[in-house]
Design a binder for this molecule. Structure first.
Ligand code: CU
Ligand code: CU
Length: 365
């Protein structure tokens, strides 16, 4: 069993950023010699990654060798970022749409940084859980099964009756191991919401991975766009109530390794949710551009044009932007420590040539 402390995590990840020439990554062997709770997994090569003058750009070898095993995790951040789960729909006798999902809580080890396994609790085998997407006014039904060894719930943000709130001692209350329940309520109001477990101790249940985005589209929809979803999160890999790893959609630096390709001048809409535990705030900062911001997504009109937004835990909002320039543009938390521990990525703004994005033009990094 091995641990990474916050400081050690920073040292391990520092070569990515060129901030620590003396740093290197824990090899599996090293990791197993250390005291603690996060188990080393995978077979990365214990690289001596040396920081170069240009920082992160020079560490492709480290990042290639040091990537997490997405296939083993069962989810890939590059897929998650465009993955919305619309469930199954039928019509009620009234003609109204009934939208249904099945969510299963399960225990699963996921590799949250190269060589660092985390004993997660997941909804449907992934962290974050599926980005549930509905339309204003529909009837929603979520069948929940708890396949873990601990009691859990699903608490949805939004407007619903007290017995559908997914908290202990109300309605079905805590769902015991092996237990099931059905949460059912109307999709209101439109906006970007979230769901998460509400069993005690709450911080532990959230940091273990039981959360996801919950999107209710307005009846009339929004203008067509390239739509993305990011849940800002982190992992406390040694259970010291502070995070060793930060990310959007769980895997540190995933969008550095594989930038998110978007078309020049196209409308990009990002659904951004913060569930980060233990740190009071999180943020999203965009390079080389500004975005319109719709707090909680509950309006059709943005309230702000900015390049940085701050969200406390549970806050969320919609960002809309168009990139006029080709090339790679960074996004990251504007808390530098989070950035250095994984919460950073790139948009790759590409030419949209007959429906095919042409990226990596000469002269871009
Ligand atoms: Cu729970
Ligand atoms: Cu909440």
């Amino acid at each position: 069993m091995a641990t990474i402390t916050r400081r050690r995590a920073l040292a391990a990840l520092a070569p990515l950023l060129g901030v620590g020439a003396a740093s290197r990554v824990l090899s599996s062997g090293e990791a197993s010699a250390q005291d603690a709770t996060a188990t080393a997994v995978g077979g990365h090569d214990g690289h001596d990654a040396h920081a170069g003058a240009n920082g992160a750009y020079e560490h492709a070898s480290f990042r290639r060798g040091g990537r997490v095993d997405h296939a083993r995790n069962g989810f890939h951040p590059s897929a998650l970022v465009r993955d919305f789960d619309e469930g199954k729909t039928t019509r009620l006798a009234s003609g109204r749409v009934l939208r249904e999902w099945e969510l299963v809580a399960s225990e699963k080890e996921i590799e949250v940084a190269p060589g660092v396994a985390f004993a997660a609790w997941t909804y449907n085998g992934r962290v974050p859980g599926p980005a549930l997407r509905a339309r204003e006014g529909e009837r929603l039904r979520i069948r929940f099964r708890n396949a873990t060894h601990h009691p859990h719930t699903i608490h949805f943000h939004g407007i619903h009756p007290a017995d559908m709130d997914g908290v202990p001692a109300q309605g079905a209350g805590l769902i015991q191991p092996g237990g099931t329940t059905v949460y059912e309520f109307d999709a209101e109001p439109f906006g970007l919401h979230l769901y998460h477990c509400h069993a005690a101790p709450l911080a532990a249940h959230i940091t273990k991975g039981l959360y996801g985005a919950f999107l209710i589209d307005p009846k009339q929809g929004r203008p067509e766009a390239d739509e993305l979803v990011m849940v800002m999160n982190g992992f406390d890999t040694n259970f010291d109530r502070s995070n060793e790893v930060y990310a959007a959609n769980s895997i540190p630096f995933a969008y550095m390794d594989e930038p998110i390709a978007v078309a020049r001048d196209a409308l990009v809409r990002l659904y951004l949710v913060n569930v980060l535990e233990y740190d009071l705030i999180n943020s999203f900062h965009l390079h080389g551009n500004l975005f319109d911001y719709i707090p909680t997504g509950t309006s059709l009109q943005p309230s702000e044009l900015t390049d940085t937004v701050m969200q406390c835990q549970g806050q969320r909002g919609i960002l809309e932007m168009r990139f006029p320039h080709l090339g790679k543009f960074m996004f990251h938390a504007h808390q530098s420590e989070f950035t250095e521990l994984g919460w950073m990525g790139f948009f790759d703004v590409c030419d949209d040539a007959s429906d095919k994005l042409v990226c990596d033009l000469p002269g871009t990094p």
